[in-house]
Design a protein around this ligand. Structure first.
Ligand code: MG
Length: 389
């Protein structure tokens, strides 16, 4: 019986992970849960899964929950760390959204837990530190991002020397094929209508700007020790092939399934075994044809910025990520337009003085500075009419 802790249990990945766990009661038991502030849903999860401890990042929400359960409720950053390093768990699903996931993920690694990693920002901002800690503590990093799970499955048991390229597939998001002009008038509601995947709000907007794929390029670099020149992106609108590996002999291996996050979640949980009937079977005849295109990095420059940040290294990917989080939030709140997102990221990257990554404090400082600088850019931009931006 594998004992599981989930960081981000009330989010999209967290709730899907609990659905998987519920379906295989003989294999997994939930011992610790952490969320940001959704105390109502966490209470339902406590009743159903009977964890031994829980945590809420927001102290007000933690107080509300305490009156309604006997399970110990921890709060704040320390609370998240407590769940991350809980001795009664041997596997931690890291699915807190954004940069906030970094500290608790490091806490889990340092406590020797195997990690199911759904938070890509952890590797984007501090990949060298995180992977070095994982090696030092002998923990396994199992990707839950569907693309990286696909690559992990294609690579299994094969020597790295035989790999030529990693090919990340991207749906292209809801705005594929649109011009910059057309993108001037799209709003958050349009961006949140993803054609294939049901996901959280932040990642859905990232998918529309192609930043999600950019973050995944950096994530792939760290997970699979691949240079940026060997990580390719291919638009594949059907989202049936989740990614591919191209080998030196000219062979390509791909992983296919219906688009459902339960598949990579279950594989990370059960690795190296496979579970029975996790997701519906893929009917290739009904699916029909699969198509592929080059990504349009001029209309969607965020992908190009991510490659630049990876080449630059040091604190630059952290700045890319922080300014993106601020810009996406401002876009979701209707303060800036869709095309303003890459402008803010570019300016934040240009004004940043790069440092080498010494430890996680370097990352935390770069992140905080970049957030402030991106917030100022948002303020300036929100005052101007769209034409003058
Ligand atoms: Mg993905």
């Amino acid at each position: 019986m594998k004992k599981i802790a989930i960081l981000g249990s009330t989010g999209s990945i967290g709730t899907s992970a609990l659905e998987v766990i519920e379906k295989y009661p003989g294999l997994f038991r939930v011992t610790a849960l952490a969320a940001s502030r959704n105390h109502g849903l966490l209470l339902e999860q406590i009743k159903k899964f009977r964890p031994e401890i829980v945590a809420l990042h927001d102290s007000g929400s933690a107080s509300l929950l305490r009156g309604r359960t006997d399970v110990p409720v921890y709060e704040g950053r320390e609370g998240l760390d407590k769940v991350a390093s809980y001795p009664g768990a041997d596997f931690v699903i890291s699915s807190i959204v954004g940069f906030a996931g970094l500290r608790p993920t490091l806490a889990a690694i340092r406590a020797g837990k195997d990690i199911g990693l759904a938070n890509k920002e952890v590797l984007v901002t501090a990949g060298d530190i995180v992977m070095a800690e994982a090696r030092r503590h002998g923990v396994r990093m199992l990707p839950i991002d569907s693309e990286h799970s696909a690559i992990f499955q294609c690579l299994e048991g094969r020597g790295r020397e035989s790999v030529k390229n990693i090919v990340l597939t991207a749906s292209g998001g809801p705005f594929k094929g649109k011009t910059r002009k057309e993108l001037e008038t799209v709003n958050a509601g349009d961006a949140l209508r993803h054609p294939n995947w049901q996901m959280g709000r932040k990642i859905t907007v990232d998918s529309a700007t192609l930043m999600n794929k950019g973050l995944e390029v950096i994530e792939a670099h760290h997970l699979f020790s691949a240079g940026q020149e060997h990580i390719k992106v291919l638009i594949h609108p059907q989202s049936i092939i989740h990614s591919m590996v191209e080998f030196i002999d000219g062979s390509l291996l791909a992983q296919l399934s219906v688009p459902d996050m339960k598949a990579p979640i279950a594989y990370a949980l059960s690795y190296p075994q496979r579970l029975d009937e996790v997701i519906p079977r893929l009917d290739l005849v009904k699916t029909g044809s699969l198509s592929f295109q080059e990504p349009d990095m001029e209309t969607f420059p965020c992908l190009a910025y991510a490659y630049e940040a990876l080449v630059e290294g040091g604190t630059v990917p952290a700045v890319l990520n922080a300014s993106n989080e601020i810009a996406v939030d401002a876009f979701l709140n209707g303060r800036i337009g869709f095309n303003d997102i890459p402008v803010i990221i570019k300016k934040a990257m240009e004004s940043h003085k790069k440092q080498e990554l010494r430890d996680e404090n370097t990352v935390l400082e770069a992140d905080a500075l970049a957030r402030r600088s991106a917030l100022r850019l948002v303020e300036d931009m929100a005052k101007k009419p769209i034409k003058e931006r």
